[in-house]
Ligand binder design. Sequence first.
Ligand SMILES: Cc1cc2nc3c(=O)[nH]c(=O)nc-3n(C[C@H](O)[C@H](O)[C@H](O)COP(=O)(O)OP(=O)(O)OC[C@H]3O[C@@H](n4cnc5c(N)ncnc54)[C@H](O)[C@@H]3O)c2cc1C
Length: 505
Amino acid sequence: MRRRRFLQISGAALAGTIGGCGGGSSSNVSTGVSPVVSPVVPTPTGLDWKPLINGMQGQVILPANASYAQSALVFNARYNNATPAAIVRCNSPADVSTALAFASKNSVVITPRCGGHSFAGYSTGSGMVLDVGPMNSVQLNSNGTATIGAGAKLADVYSQLIPKGACIPSGTCLSVGISGVTMGGGIGILDRQYGLTCDNLVAAQIVTADGKVLQVDTEHEPDLFWALRGGGGGNFGIVTSFTFNTHATQDLTTFNASFRYEDAMKVFLAWQAWPASLPDSIWAQLNFTFFNPTATPSVSIFGCCIGTQADLAPHWTALLSAIGVSPLSTQVTTSPYLDVAMGFCSGRSVSQCHFIGQTPDATIQPYGFASSSDFFDAPLPAAGIQAMLDGINNARSSGIAGQILLDLMGGALARVAPDATAFVHRKALFSVEYFMDAAAGSNPLWSNGMRQRMQSWSSGRAYVNYLDPLIQDWKSAYYGSNHARLASIKARYDPGKLFNLPQGV
Ligand SMILES: Cc1cc2nc3c(=O)[nH]c(=O)nc-3n(C[C@H](O)[C@H](O)[C@H](O)COP(=O)(O)OP(=O)(O)OC[C@H]3O[C@@H](n4cnc5c(N)ncnc54)[C@H](O)[C@@H]3O)c2cc1C
C-alpha cells in the first residue's frame, strides 16, 4: 500500500478526522538507499561494551542481539544502510550520563534518537545511537502543565493527555517523537491558535556533554532553554523530559474540499488570501498530490476549526466563494478532539500506531523519501504560483511521485518575536514542504530543486524539522539571524562537539 506523507483528504478526513503520516505495509522498505549522512567515524574495533551494560539500567543492543535489526531502523528508509555499533536505550538521566561518559572515554560517536523520523537520517549512524525511548511517561500536573518523557511519541502524548481534557499543539504524524518535533519547532493544525509545540514549552531537563543533569527554563540556563525551542534536535545535549503548558480540549470541526487541477491557480490565490480575514482558531493546508505521475494531480484544501460548524461557516463560505469554481467535493464534520488527534490510528491500537521496534505490535514501517521546504512571507503572485505548478509538471514528466504541502502560519505563532525563541520563521504567511517518494530510484534532487525554482518569492529560509542535506546555506536557511546566538550557546555547552551532526549548530 502506498503511503501518504501527511494529511489525507480521503479516508481519514472523510471519516471526520485528520490523520497523519500513513502506515501499514510499505513497498519500499529497503530501496532507494542513500549513503549515510551522519559522519562515519569507525567505532574502535573490539570495544568492550560490558562496562556500559553493567553500569546502566537500560538496554544495550549490539549487532549480535536478536532485536538489533529492527532496533536499528529509522523512518526514512534511505538511511537504513547504517549499522550502529550499539543502540543504547536509556531508562533515566543517570543512564544518559553513563552512556555519554562511556562514549567520550572510548571515542564513540553519539547519535541521539527519539522517534527516528529525522528526514536526513540524523538519528542513525556508525557509533552509539542513544535512544531515549524508554523515558516515555506522560503526566498531567495539578497546575495544568504536562511533563512528558523525552522518549514519548505523539501517539503517547495525545492518547494520554486528551482523555484528561488537556493537550499540546503538535504534529499530525503519531509516530513522530516529542523530542525532535519540539526542538525543531513543531508545526501543526492548532498552531495558529496555540503556537508551535516549542512555544508551549515551559521547562526541560537535559543532560549536557559533561554529563550534568540540568533543569532549564526562562530563569535557569535561559540561553540553553532558548536554543531548545527551535534550535533543532541533537545539538546541545540529550533532553530527558519536557514540561509544557496545556490547553483545554473541545470538539473540533474539520473541513475539506477538492478541486479540479485546472482550477489550481484560483484555489491557490484564494487560499493564500484567506488568512487576512481568518480567526486564529482556523487553520488550513493546501495540498497538491501526485503520487501517480501519470494521473492528473489532486488539489485540495483541508483544515481544522477549534469551534463549531457555525463558527466555521461564514469563513468557509467566503473561501469557497472567493475561489469561485465548484469544488469536486466538500465535507465539514465535527468530532471529539481525541478522534481528530488520533484519527490516523483509526482501527489500530495506540501501541500499533508506533514505528516498528518501538512497541511489540507497532505497524509503522520505514519509507524512502526526500524532502525540502520553504517559507513565504507574502502571497505568491500568479507567476510564482505558476512556477510551483510547473515544478509539479516537471516532477510528473520525470516520473517523480510526491506532494507539495502548504501550511498556513500566522496567528499565535506569529505574535512571538523571531528572536524570542530559536525558531526564526515567525513572519511567514505559510510554509511549504516539497515531498517526493524516493523509493525506487526516482530523482532525489527534485525537492531541493523546488527551493531554487521558488527562490524569487521565498524567504530563503527552510524548516530544520524538514532537514534537507542538499541545502548549502543551511545555517541561514534554518536559523537566519538566530544562528550566531545558537553557535555561541553550542560553544558554551558542548565545546568539544560531542554532539556533531552534518548540518549541526
Ligand atoms: C512522516 C512524518 C510526519 C511529520 N509530521 C510533522 C508535523 O506534522 N509537524 C512538524 O513540525 N514536523 C513533522 N515532521 C518532522 C519531524 O518533526 C522531525 O523529523 C523531527 O525531528 C522528528 O523527531 P523524532 O524524535 O521522531 O526523530 P529523531 O530522528 O529521533 O530525532 C530528530 C533529531 O533530534 C535528535 N534527538 C532526538 N531525541 C533527542 C533528545 N532527547 N535530545 C536531543 N536530541 C534528540 C536526533 O539526534 C535527530 O537529530 C514529520 C516527519 C515525518 C517523517
